[in-house]
Design a protein around this ligand. Sequence first.
Ligand code: ADP
Ligand code: MG
Length: 701
Amino acid sequence: MRPALLDPLFASLDTLPGVGPKLGELFARLFGRESVEECRVLDLLFHAPHAIVDRRHQPGIANSPAGAIVTIKGRVDRHQPPPPGRASLPTRVFIQDETGELALTFFKVKGNWLEKSLPIDETVIVSGKVDWFNGRASMVHPDLMVLEADAASMAMVEPVYGLTAGLSQKVLRRTLEAALARLPALPEWQDDAFLRKQGFEPAREAFLALHAPRDATDIDPQAPARRRLAYDEFLAGQLSLSLVRQRLRAVPGTPVRGTGALTRPVLDALPFTLTGSQRQAVADVTADMAKDERMLRLLQGDVGSGKTAVALMAMLAAVEAGGQAALMAPTEILARQHHATLSRMAAPAGITIDILTGRTKSRERDAVLERIASGETQIVIGTHALFQDTVAYHRLLLAVVDEQHRFGVHQRLRLTAKGVSPHMLVMTATPIPRTLVLAAFGDMDVSKLTEKPAGRKPIQTVTLPTERIGEMVERLRAAIAEGKKIYWICPLVEESEESDLMSAEERFQTLVAALGPVAGLVHGRMAGAEKDAAMLAFKSGETRLLVATTVVEVGVDVPDATIMVIEHAERFGLAQLHQLRGRVGRGDAASSCILLYKGPLSQTAHARLSILRDTEDGFVIAEEDLKLRGEGELLGTRQSGTPGFRLASLEAHADLLETARKDAAYIIERDPDLTTPRGEALRTLLYLFRRDEAIRFLRAG
Ligand code: ADP
Ligand code: MG
């Protein structure tokens, strides 16, 4: 149960004064939620300012630079309302100091509030942006105006927050103040000595300081308050992962000892031999599975490095040991493709491989479920439907999760909660830098596929301005005549599926018009069967050019496709471009990738395209990507809604992550059920950062 002291922070945002339906909608938009009921007071506290307005600059009227924010102290000289009948003209109030005169300009003034707040002959303090016109200084709608007597109430440094259209700094700050007023004193969950050494304040003070910067240095990620909260967040994450892991480990796994009866014939029949790192990965996995501790291993390998074959060997070992294996893919297309490839590769083993996805029709579904329950199904491939409550496994020994970065922690937890305790192999195609692996998965054993399968030729990557699209289409015509296969990826338009779709359909039409009926189309809105048909037609060579949205991004495998065209490449992220490019260069023929861009390119877009042109090394690309964009995006959290980080930054706070990892391990060792006083406080921490899924695994929870 969540500690009651956090209740005020988990109240929905519209319980704050002044947050009605209209403002509520703006906040929902700001936090990317469906409605204000889904926004918590806490969300606002985590909304850190990214800049400050410094009102300490007081140069005097005559010395105020145009466009700068200044604070002026002066005497009110006169009010000049618009002439009768010209209400659209502004009211001007003139104030003077020893250096000159400033016209304060107000549009649409109602009532007499100006006379009240700026009485003639009073000394007032105003702050805002100064403009100069014909040697006269003016300030339109000052940000702040107070009488000299109230000067102390004026905030000379104000935080600046990210906004959404229609929401002002002023309203946001006011609401934030109300949110801060709800912040209770929090029990200390950090070690005293550590806090002293780092110079960290208590968590409540850190939140208050986060929203009351006094200087630009307070906005820096290295400001003590920010570091404290970042550490809290990392610790919450690491602790939660350790708890899950502890739980996974606590349930003994079933030792799996393969006999080779299935793997051997399958290996012999493969049209290739495994690379050294594939063999090593298979050895790691089979050694893990042979133990009675459950395996929890991450298989990292760049696109095209051959993770599927490793997974197959592991799954066959599970079957040899008399059990079942399941492979979960993130999308329908991928699940079907895996089913097709694996069935083909495993044919010599003569085993039953089924598929189960959200699209599996009820009658077929019942049959598959029955086969899974009876143990007749030895390997099952599917989407998250595999781990729905209706699926009862006969003897699941191994679960493989492909493209893990698309899944949240939740799916992994669900697997455990169902009472099955298979060994787990998690495969990821994005070569995640170590810091990210730690943050996202905690201490996992890792196998890496570092070699590319033999015979791969480098992919020649070029950039081309959109203006030269006609020229390129001509070259594609020649390529098609030579029997080549081409992917054509259409751009993301403002993250809206509908406009993506339009652009893909339009492009499809123009390409069919130019090249004839050699093109196919596949996008996310198509019915499943249509998608399959389009993929199949491309795979079989019936179509030669596949126009697609990013549905082909992950894992799609058509080895004889050798040309990848990415339209509006400047709109894609680096990791995504790398994934897309990885669809070609999978066979032994030379491949190329054409990045079509629309100039002028922003600096980052330029950097992205250059990196891609210069290297194919997924690890280099991932590191560069981490530098160029937020970590959340790299992990694909945008798509899946995986809880990312609110305040911690892997770039700025990498040192803290390492400490948090050790701290979490130490805590779990000493206090595995979080029952000591610090343990109790740590539970509060887990709730605060919404890492509390793990709490239900605690015995005393
Ligand atoms: P990914 O790691 O991206 O999932 P896949 O498992 O889809 O990669 O493999 C990419 C392609 O490489 C497939 O066509 C696969 O059959 C082939 N492949 C896998 N291992 C080897 C190997 N050792 N030698 C040659 N080709 C291989
Ligand atoms: Mg794959």
